[in-house]
Design a protein around this ligand. Structure first.
Ligand code: XMP
Length: 321
């Protein structure tokens, strides 16, 4: 791997910001760039760096792919509006659901997401806007895990030999690719992003589809979205690295009001980790676990079983897909 990691102990955030802004400016010159902001710490950091370097010559989009958490787009747009950065919401739900239709294999689902983002959505945006550059928040761990063959992170392109200029019509700029999550958080704080962003738990690019085993349909996303909201509300105070809900493919027999109810299974995961390379399940109290089970089975239609994953990464991974 040619990319040289900047370790947390070597990182001087202000120096990094100054240097990165200069690099972005000199790469883009007087041209235009676009970027997609999901509201996670990585894409938020890139958005700030890009706007400092390019001002209005960077156009930022929130891609509404139908796989995001509840009210995510509105929240992010208003948060960035307060920072003086305009973000446009692009509704491309249909395209994503069409691309995911009938797919159940994890890698096929990931590939469909990558293609829809990079070829269909960004490809069209660059063509329409005349931009030549796409800025994105790939980090060092994404590259490392993809190259090691663990998972194909949705945002890895050049490192897999994909020539984005030839295939999609734009050049990709990755300003934070030398950093891991802990370093990105430091840079985000130094850039003046609010704590809710620089301390935000990670959220994967393929969004809730990374948490659905089996086919990704609007209905199944709705189930995992509701469960996610409960898990986030209940586990927010744990300060864990990441916490999430996964929808299983198989149904199980349950009972409601004295009758058989063949229903859905939700798995909860809550991780202690520094950089997402390794992780351990948080030792949640039984009171918290019971509260999760109670809320998920009463508030999410169709769910009859809630489990808690007690496996470390490895052999587990953080997400399910
Ligand atoms: P895994 O599941 O591979 O996750 O143990 C490691 C970390 O990466 C996030 N993740 C992704 N982030 N694109 C991303 O931008 C992806 O395709 C992707 N898959 C997983 C995950 O949430 C965790 O923090």
């Amino acid at each position: 791997m040619e990319i040289k990691e900047i370790k947390i102990e070597e990182l001087n955030p202000d120096e990094f910001i100054k240097q990165t802004i200069e690099e972005i400016s000199s790469t883009v010159g007087s041209g235009l760039a676009i970027n997609a902001l999901s509201g996670g710490v990585d894409s938020s950091t890139v958005t700030m760096l890009g706007h400092r370097a390019l001002g209005n010559r960077l156009k930022t989009y929130f891609i509404e792919n139908g796989l995001m958490r509840e009210k995510e787009g509105e929240k992010i747009v208003s948060l960035f509006e307060n920072l003086g950065i305009h973000v446009e919401i692009l509704d491309v739900k249909e395209q994503f659901f069409n691309a995911l239709k009938d797919l159940t294999d994890p890698e096929e689902k990931r590939e469909a997401i990558t293609k829809t983002f990079y070829k269909d959505v960004f490809g069209k945006l660059v063509k329409e806007s005349g931009a030549k550059y796409l800025m994105q928040g790939t980090n060092y761990t994404d590259v490392e895990e993809t190259i090691a063959g663990i998972k194909r992170q949705h945002n890895i392109l050049a490192q897999l030999g994909i020539d984005t200029e030839e295939q999609y019509g734009y050049i990709v700029i990755e300003p934070i690719v030398q950093l891991r999550k802990s370093g990105i958080r430091k840079v985000a704080k130094a850039l003046g992003l609010p704590e809710e962003i620089y301390n935000r738990p990670p959220f994967p690019g393929p969004a809730l589809s990374a948490r659905i085993i089996g086919e990704v349909t609007q209905k199944r996303v709705e189930t995992v979205r509701k469960a996610t909201k409960i898990v986030e509300e209940e586990l927010h105070n744990t300060n864990a690295f990441q916490y999430l809900a996964i929808l299983h493919k198989d149904k199980v027999t349950g009972m409601r009001e004295g009758k058989r109810d063949y229903g859905l299974q939700i798995e909860v995961r809550c991780w202690e980790s520094l950089d997402a390379i390794t992780g351990s399940p948080t030792r949640l109290s039984y009171d918290i676990l019971e509260q999760l089970a109670k809320r998920i089975t009463t508030e999410v239609p169709g769910v009859v079983s809630v489990t808690y994953n007690i496996t470390k990464k490895p052999p587990s991974t953080i997400e399910a897909i």
